[in-house]
Design a protein around this ligand. Structure first.
Ligand SMILES: Cc1cc2nc3c(=O)[nH]c(=O)nc-3n(C[C@H](O)[C@H](O)[C@H](O)COP(=O)(O)O)c2cc1C
Length: 324
C-alpha cells in the first residue's frame, strides 16, 4: 500500500485528497473519498452556519473518518467559519488570501480546536507565507487545474514549493487525475495529491449528468483561463483566473468583459438556468486540463483505490525495471 508521512499527519490511509469545491461539493462525495481512505473535503465558504451543520451531519452519517472543510480566506463569513470550527473537522483547507491579509488568526483558531491546516498556494511566495503563518501542509496548485488557479504550471511549481517550505509536507494539485500523476508528484518531492476535476466526474459528484459527461468527452484541450465566470458572478478573486471549459458562454464574452459587466444580471440569470438544465454550452464548467485523462464516471471511492493501485504498480514494477 502506498503511504507517505502525510498519511500519519492527517490520520488517513492513502495520500489522496479531494479539493473542497464550493457548490461542486457534496456530502456524498466528501464521505466517499474519506471512507475509501483518502481525505474528503467540502467547500463551505458560501454556506450558512445551518447549511454547514446539515452537510457535515450528512457526511458524518456516512463516515467517521477524517474530513476537511474548505474556506476561501479572502471572503470568510465569520458565523460560518465559527460554526465549522465548532464542528471540529480534522482539517481546515484554506485558499486564496488577500495580499495584505493576516493568515495567523484563522490558522491559530483552527489549531486551537485541533484541526490540521492545509493551504492551497499557486506560487512560491504564497506557499512561504502560509508556512510562516503555521500551515501544517502546503498544497502546491499548478495552473493546469480546474477552478481558480495562478500562473505557474505544476511541473516547476511543485518542486519549487517543496524546496521553499521543507520540511513542511506538500501535496500536489493541478492537472493530476490518475496513478501516473500521483507517482510524478511523489518524484517531484510532494507527499501526495489533491484532485478536483477527476472527482467531478464521479457518481457522487453533485454536477448535472451533462456536465460530468462533458468532462469525459473533453480531450483536455478545450479549457481556457479567464475572469469571465467571476465577472458574471460579481466576484473578485485576489490574483486568480478560472480554468473552465471553453463554451458558447465564454466565447460570447471573451475580449468583451466590459460588456459583461454591463449585462451582468441578465448573464447570471442565464447561467443559473443553464446550470440547472444541464446546458453545457451556456453554463460555466470549471475543469482542468486533466479532463483529457478522464474517461469514466465511477464511484469516488473506487477512484481513490484505483489511483493508489495504479501508482503502486508503477512504483513496484515499471520504475524499478529502469534501474540496471
Ligand atoms: C469546480 C471547481 C471548484 C473549485 N472550488 C474550489 C474552492 O472553492 N476552494 C478551493 O480551495 N479550491 C477549489 N477548486 C480547486 C481545487 O481545490 C483543486 O485545487 C483543483 O481542482 C486541482 O486541479 P484539478 O482540477 O486538475 O484536479 C475548485 C476546482 C474546481 C474544478
Amino acid at each position: 500500500m502506498i503511504r507517505t508521512p502525510v498519511c500519519d499527519l492527517l490520520n488517513i490511509e492513502l495520500p489522496i485528497a479531494l479539493g473542497g469545491m464550493g457548490s461542486a461539493s457534496s456530502p456524498e462525495m466528501t464521505a466517499a473519498v474519506s471512507q475509501a481512505g483518502g481525505l474528503g473535503a467540502m467547500g463551505c465558504h458560501y454556506l450558512t452556519p445551518e447549511q454547514i451543520r446539515e452537510r457535515v451531519a450528512a457526511t458524518r452519517a456516512k463516515t467517521n473518518k477524517p474530513i476537511g472543510l474548505n474556506f476561501l480566506l479572502f471572503d470568510v463569513r465569520e458565523d460560518s467559519f465559527a460554526t465549522a470550527l465548532e464542528l471540529g473537522p480534522a482539517v481546515m483547507q484554506f485558499a486564496w488570501a488577500r495580499p495584505e491579509q493576516d493568515l495567523k488568526p484563522f490558522f491559530d483558531r483552527s489549531h486551537k480546536v485541533g484541526c490540521k491546516i492545509t493551504n492551497i498556494a499557486s506560487s512560491v511566495p504564497e506557499a512561504v507565507r502560509a508556512a510562516r503563518a503555521g500551515a501544517d501542509i502546503i498544497i502546491a496548485q499548478g495552473s493546469e487545474g480546474g477552478g481558480h488557479v495562478g500562473w505557474m504550471g505544476s511541473m516547476p511549481l511543485i518542486p519549487m514549493v517543496v524546496d521553499a517550505v521543507g520540511p513542511i509536507p506538500v501535496l500536489a494539485a493541478g492537472g493530476l487525475a490518475d496513478g501516473r500523476g500521483l507517482v510524478a508528484a511523489l518524484a517531484l518531492g510532494a507527499q501526495g495529491i489533491l484532485l478536483g476535476t477527476r472527482f467531478l466526474a464521479s457518481i457522487e459528484s453533485p454536477l448535472h449528468p451533462n456536465f460530468k459527461q462533458a468532462i469525459v468527452d473533453s480531450d483536455g484541450h478545450d479549457t481556457q483561463l479567464s475572469e469571465i465566470p467571476d465577472i458574471a458572478a460579481g466576484l473578485v478573486w485576489p490574483g486568480a483566473m478560472t480554468r473552465s471549459r471553453r463554451n458558447r458562454f465564454i466565447e460570447r464574452w471573451a475580449g468583451r468583459e466590459w460588456a459583461l459587466r454591463q449585462h451582468r444580471a441578465e448573464a447570471i440569470a442565464r447561467l443559473r438556468a443553464a446550470r440547472q438544465s444541464g446546458d453545457v454550452d451556456e453554463g460555466p464548467l470549471s475543469m482542468g486540463q486533466d479532463a483529457g485523462l478522464i474517461h469514466d464516471i465511477p464511484p469516488a471511492g473506487d477512484l481513490v483505490l484505483r489511483i493508489a493501485q495504479e501508482a503502486e504498480e508503477i512504483l513496484a514494477r515499471k520504475l524499478p525495471r529502469l534501474l540496471s
